[in-house]
Design a protein around this ligand. Structure first.
Ligand code: ARG
Length: 571
């Protein structure tokens, strides 16, 4: 569609040259003026002529009439002048020679862009807190973050994915105390992160009756900060145990990071920034703590140093941002976290600006809403939080049950069940506008009907099976043309992909892609139900339809990649 707009815009400029020689509009400006009509009986795109009426000193309907007769362009199939609008339809020739052939020649690059060439984006996402449960609250940062990474890569950006592990802070003091009191090596080696979490939970319940423990924890953390050998060893081990567990989830999702530099990595990088804050006169003492006053910006103060001189979450974020700018020279640094942290980011972004870093406006916070669980009940050993791995496992189990019933002979059943189960959760989650709070209902996510992951993956598998049956019949040698409205409709939907990628990037919104996948699936299934493909009336029609199926497979597959959905050839 972007390309179509470009072609029509050029033709419009030529037409304008004819009817109003000194109009002064460029094809680019014109291209930005197009609108999408509310329904497809009013054109594929519409041009609102009132945007020219001031310059041309003519009424919009007059301009639209004149342009309709002066406009010449092969890509256009039909033009209507309706009131002040020009309703423009794609020609069949354009749908075949441009949309279909572009998809065929670009293959897995179809939809990709070059807007990011030469630019670097750092993405900070997932970032769980070590030894605390990796729960459904992390689903958002993990899948939105990864999808934004894929989108930026697809648009030509160089991407650096950073897992800013929460691997520093007083929780380690607590864990060290709890481990020494109630833990042992064997049970942690066996139970992994769940054992660590259990120790952490126990610390909190015991500390309620024994406040002494809190002081002991602070002391152990101070020892850790001063590189006490024993504590450092334990701390490293806790991280190792936790990471091994996170990796399993990342593997299921197909996620890799370029860096696991967590909060502790910035310990030696903070003093320079604190010094800079002091030099700039930004630090103020407040009851012994050092803060940056943000009252003029209508925000509470940003805490930099505690009373005892220890650093805080914002201090580490500031040092990390400076380090990343110096190391990667990013054009954008994106942070994906729950909306609960919006104030934190607004505060320290402001502090970075006040420090005089001119790249402060390259820092972007991408917040998302909360997740709650309805429908299925999930039991966990850690009380009221639902672990991500339990959610995935439950979905996989349910898909296995459905498969045993519907398609017991499916090859690679385990693998497919994992792809569909995990995919269902990702899809359900990424279908909504990210900022919306969602209530997770497992039955809905797993349904093969409706706007779900299984429905999308099933549609993909359907394209694969048609192409497999057609075998070597898929030759590109006939003079094909469009013979059913469903074919044209489908090609029009496919033509929108590059623009959807841009929208998703501009809005930091993977749901644009998730919803677009459903648009493709619906158009494809309408086509599939109304048009004979393998048994088409003639060889030409059969070839056209098979090529369309193949184009759907390519586009769906490319879109799946962008939201971490696996391409399932058979379901
Ligand atoms: N570890 C934090 C949490 O789980 C998220 C970190 C986000 N990234 C950052 N640079 N602050 O809440």
């Amino acid at each position: 569609m972007k390309k179509f707009k470009g072609k029509v815009a050029e033709a419009l400029v030529t037409a304008l040259d004819e009817i109003a020689p000194s109009h002064g509009f460029s094809a680019e400006t014109i291209s930005d003026m197009f609108e999408y009509p509310p329904d497809d009986t009013m054109g594929d795109i519409a041009f609102p002529c009132f945007k020219l009426s001031r310059t041309l000193k003519k009424a919009p309907p007059v301009i639209s009439q004149a342009l309709a007769s002066a406009l010449k362009c092969d890509s256009i199939g039909k033009i209507e002048s309706v009131g002040g609008y020009l309703n423009i339809y794609m020609s069949e020739q354009y749908l075949i020679n441009s949309v279909l052939t572009d998809i065929e020649s670009l293959g897995d690059k179809y939809g990709s862009l070059d807007i990011g060439t030469g630019k670097t984006v750092v993405l900070d996402y997932s970032s769980p807190n070590v030894a605390k449960p990796f729960h459904i609250g992390h689903l958002g940062t993990t899948v939105i973050g990864h999808s934004l990474r894929k989108l930026h890569e697809f648009a030509g950006y160089k991407c650096i994915g950073i897992n800013h592990l929460g691997d520093w802070g007083t929780q380690f003091g607590k864990l060290i105390v709890a481990y020494r009191k109630w833990g042992n090596r064997e049970s942690i080696e066996k139970g992994g992160i769940d054992e660590l979490v259990a120790l952490y939970v126990r610390f909190h319940s015991e500390a309620e009756n024994n406040p002494e423990l809190e002081q002991q924890a602070r002391d152990e953390f101070t020892k850790l900060e001063h590189h006490d050998e024993e504590n450092i060893k334990l701390w490293k081990w806790f991280i190792e145990i936790s990471l091994a567990e996170y990796q399993k989830t990342y593997k299921q999702l197909g996620i890799e990071f370029d860096s696991y530099n967590g909060e502790s990595f910035y310990t030696d990088k903070m003093p320079a920034q604190v010094e800079k804050l002091r030099e700039k006169g930004l630090l103020k003492l407040d009851d012994g703590a050092s803060i940056v006053d943000l009252e003029p910006y209508k925000m509470p103060p940003c805490l930099i140093l505690k009373r005892d001189g220890s650093t805080l979450y914002p201090t580490r974020d500031i040092a990390a941002a400076v380090y990343r700018k110096e190391t990667y020279n990013f054009d954008k640094c994106i942070y994906v976290t729950s909306a609960g942290q919006s104030l934190h980011f607004a505060q320290w972004f402001k502090v970075v600006e006040l420090m005089g870093y001119d790249w402060y406006n390259q820092l972007v916070h991408v917040p998302y809403g909360t997740v709650s669980i309805g429908g299925a009940k999930l039991a966990t050993r850690t009380g009221n939080v639902v672990l991500l791995k339990d959610l995935f496992n439950l979905a996989i189990e349910k898909v296995e049950e459905i498969m045993d019933e519907k398609n017991p002979d499916l090859p690679n059943k385990k693998e497919t069940a994992e792809a569909v189960g995990v995919g269902a959760i990702i899809f359900y989650y990424l279908y909504n506008n990210r900022i919306k709070d969602i209530n997770f209902i497992m039955e809905d996510a797993l349904s093969f009907e409706g706007n779900t992951g299984p429905y999308a993956q099933y549609t993909y598998a359907r394209t694969c099976s048609i192409l497999e049956k057609a075998g070597s019949d898929l030759v590109h040698n006939k003079d094909i043309k469009i013979s059913a409205p469903e074919e044209a409709e489908l090609l029009k939907v496919l033509s929108k992909f590059p623009e959807k990628v841009i929208d998703a990037i501009n809005e930091y919104e993977p749901s644009v892609i998730t919803r677009y996948i459903i648009d493709i699936c619906s158009a494809f299934n309408r086509f599939y139900h109304n048009c004979q493909i393998l048994g088409a009336e003639s060889d030409e029609i059969r070839e056209m339809r098979l090529r369309l199926v193949s184009a759907v497979k390519t586009t769906l597959g490319n879109a799946f990649e962008l939201i971490c959905l696996k391409k399932t050839e058979k379901i």
